[in-house]
Design a protein around this ligand. Sequence first.
Ligand code: GCW
Length: 670
Amino acid sequence: MKRRWILTAGLALLSILKMAAEDGSHLWLRPHQGANAQVTAPRQSPTLDIAANELRQAWKGAPVTLELKKDKQLGQEGFRISRQADRVLLSSPNETGLLYGAYHLLRLQETQALSRLDGEGVTEVPAYGLRILNHWDNLDGTIERGYAGQSLWNWDELPGKLSDRYEAYARANASVGINATVLNNVNASPQMLSTEYLQKVKALADVFRPYGIRVFLSVNFASPMQLGGLSTADPLDKAVIRWWKDKAKEIYQLIPDFGGFLVKANSEGQPGPCDFGRTHAEGANMLADALKPYKGIVMWRAFVYSPSDADRAKQAYLEFQPLDGRFRSNVIVQIKNGPIDFQPREPYSPLFGAMPKTPLMVEFQITQEYLGHSNHLAYLAPMWKEFFQFVTPASIQAVAGVSNIGSDTNWCGHPFAQSNWYAFGRLAWNPELSSDEIADEWLKQTFTTDEAFVGPVKEIMLESREAVVDYMMPLGLHHLFAWGHHYGPEPWCSVDGARPDWLPSYYHKADAEGIGFDRSSKGSNATAQYPAELAAQYDNLSTCPDEYVLWFHHVPWTHRLQSGRTLWDELCHRYDNGVQQVKKFQKVWDQAEKYVDLQRFQEVQSLLKIQMRDAVWWKDACLLYFQEFSKLPIPYDIERPIHNLRSLQKVQLPISNYECPTEELLNKNR
Ligand code: GCW
């Protein structure tokens, strides 16, 4: 009896060990057994203690010596790691550099890349001094376009109570080199700057500081009116200027290393300097002057468009390019990667390269507003790398990413959405890293180093973004999304009284002739905003790359593309290809079962089912709808539709701008 009991218990323990559920809460920083490193630090300090403890808990190699040492080549945050006779030497001019070095050393260990320490060793210097997350978190706990639960910031409990997750958040960021965060939504509540909330912000800044993370805030341009009771927010008004100066002083008394402001002005209903007849530069400069004494900066967003006649894709350029050279030196203009709005694929925004006298930064979107929320597996490094093919990393000053982090146990909703947080940090540190290298690192740390797992799953990751483009909006199509929540397809969408540029038909312009937005010199001439060589390439239908063809041209249904197929056939094939890809992802993932804990295995498996059904939904909806214009048959070698258009047109998902539809909700409504 006793022996049987022992056997049963033993077997149970074995299976627990093998299948130990992992909830994803450790991200890529999973605890490991067996470390007992000797670590010597030059002194004690909050940052150095973290660095030393991280190594003590996880480093399995020779003793490590941390050394603070002047070294001009390393800038503020760089470090060197080398093997000495009997130890590993990690040196940096600054404590944060040592912290980054400690995480790097552990990364090399966890990814089995320690041979890189041979010879000269490793030298790392971040490409940008500012690598910042933008949270679109509201003070009521919701997150605009956030699909991983509620905001991490428990404003009601702050500053008195500090959740453990604040430190875990800072640690995760530091481990990938992110060094700044904007805590609140760019659609900013004036309340954020109230004394009450600033105390809460201070509490968070104090937790983040040892991890090298500086806090920034989004500000509402009309705060002097709404919070300060002034009658205007005119940036040239003396009382307004004084109000901001006083506010800056108050902030810096609480948070001496406060980073500065992020501003969405005169965009989508937000107040701004144009309300008072002033320019974006005048507005930004007034704030910049208030922050200057404290070395604070202003990140001024160029995401502007109005319901004017001008093609929306041209508007940011039209408004900002003439302001080149007019901004203070502590203003950075923050531009989305593409000219419209985080679509699955956009050409790069031509504003990059058009404002040589102004510091610029790019805004990527890590949260998958337009890429299936946290239901779809879409690894975004390839999208961001694509941007850097056009915009040289050295031509911009900083990188921002709209966060996908929330209160969910696994932080990001989809287990693979964590890879986008990771990839953002790694690319902001070093945009030269390849998507492949980053996926490799992430997979090895997050799951296992077993090549039988890493190889095929990495392939899924690398293909995933293109798959989403194919089943949602191939060939340069864009904004075919459902109204409001931007989850499913609604190319037919019409809403009474809606701004035309908020409707899909504004973008796809499907008619009996063809489909696509003519942005060539015969149309809106957006092509002219690009440098001459690219402008010429994009302007000419026969040289425009297929992936942008419907972005720049209205193309006849029977026109032959570079692939050799007619537009209609190619469109059908692309949609079908997207679906086939997801089918393949499912097959690959099912074979990964034995390498992964059951919990995360099943989670990804069931999310892939949703993704598969969504891919078919997108394909059927778009092809059946566009077929009403093309009047051409869907090529017989691709899968037949399984839905009918009329019923798809009735689908409405009752979700808001901060929800990801559940499987149940999708099944019920579709
Ligand atoms: O992508 C769009 C989103 C809005 C967002 C806006 C912006 C914060 O649909 O939810 O608002 O862009 O970037 O300002």
